[in-house]
Write a protein that binds this ligand. Structure first.
Ligand code: ATR
Length: 301
């Protein structure tokens, strides 16, 4: 690794959140900056909700190239962006802001991209998977919304199942309306919702199962959560966005059943790549060294 140096010309970016102390993004971006020998820095920015606009304007006039945006600012980031990518517009949320030299603030949502890129880097042929059957998403929060949008873009039929059924139904309807508004001449998206106590029985034709809830997370509501996947076809791909632990009980059980699995850490690492490219001008790779570095950081927490 080359020597890490910050000069007066350093390229600057950061992550705006509240709280921001748990964000892995500063560790990840500064690791990549050092590895690429780039004169730059990426800093945590703790900004209260009512100060978000002031903070963004302040970063812009201070020469920052942009920022990631995390909870609770993703909707405010959408509102402040002058230009928003189609998938972020449909998802209604922005996690990456790029401050262009002409003053325009560009917003995008890279969570869904990160999710799909991680599947691909795990060797899964996402286009072929989409033709095999629907994706079943467990949960109906912000993560489900971003992932579903990217899966629709890849041609998947998307089914939501959520403990609070109304949220899943509403999400399916909202995404349907947003998609049609954006692509009035295209094919209508295929979105639906099923009851939370039904999804285990409905796995037979499902091609991709995604846990977007906090079930299985260390310190979360149910760390031992291990649903029954007995009705799954042998081709089912099982993925989880929880990354602490890196192999959740859910993924472990799926793997022991012979199913292909994909863990949550890679999504976090891949979603950072578009921002890094825009702010620091280099392509990054989520290679073994990156995964090992971030895993070590996580296990020392
Ligand atoms: P995010 O924006 O990160 O996706 P969120 O909006 O808080 O987070 O959503 C968390 C998801 O986990 C929700 O789908 C939630 O279900 P509800 O809508 O019914 O709250 C789900 N979830 C959390 N704890 C759960 C539990 N114990 N059992 C089932 N689902 C749970």
């Amino acid at each position: 690794m080359s020597e890490f140096r910050i000069t007066g010309r350093a390229k600057l970016a950061g992550v705006i959140g509240h709280p921001v102390t748990h964000s892995l993004s500063p560790v990840l971006h500064n690791y990549w900056l050092a590895r690429h020998g780039i004169d730059g820095a990426y800093v945590p920015l703790s900004v209260a909700p009512d100060a978000f606009v002031t903070a963004v304007k302040g970063l812009q006039v201070s020469g920052f190239r942009g920022a990631n945006v995390t909870i609770p600012h993703k909707e405010a980031a959408f509102a402040i962006a002058d230009e928003v990518d189609p998938m972020a517009r449909i998802a209604g949320s922005v996690n990456t802001l790029v401050f262009r030299e002409d003053g325009v603030i560009h917003g995008s949502s890279t969570d869904g991209f990160g999710y799909v890129a991680n599947l691909e880097s795990d060797g899964i042929d996402v286009a072929a998977l989409a033709s095999r059957g629907p994706a079943l998403l467990l949960g109906a929060g912000g993560a489900a919304r971003s992932i579903a949008t990217s899966l629709l873009e890849k041609g998947f039929q998307v089914v939501f199942s959520n403990r609070t059924a109304g949220r899943a139904e509403r999400l399916a309807m909202e995404l349907d309306a947003a998609w049609r508004r954006y692509f009035p001449k295209g094919d209508a998206p295929r979105l639906s919702a099923i009851a939370w106590d039904m999804w285990e029985e409905r796995l037979g034709d499902v091609a991709l199962l995604v846990n977007t809830t906090s079930l299985g997370m260390q310190g979360g509501p149910a760390p031992d959560w291990t649903p029954k996947l007995g009705t799954a076809s042998s081709h089912l791909v099982v993925s989880d966005i929880v990354y602490v632990p890196q192999e959740t009980p859910f993924l472990k059980a799926a793997g022991e059943q012979g199913l292909t699995t994909s863990g949550g850490l890679g999504m976090l690492l891949h979603q950072a790549r578009p921002g890094f490219r825009a702010w620091f001008g280099a392509e990054t790779e989520v290679d073994e060294a990156t995964v090992a570095y971030i895993s070590a950081v996580l296990s020392n927490r």
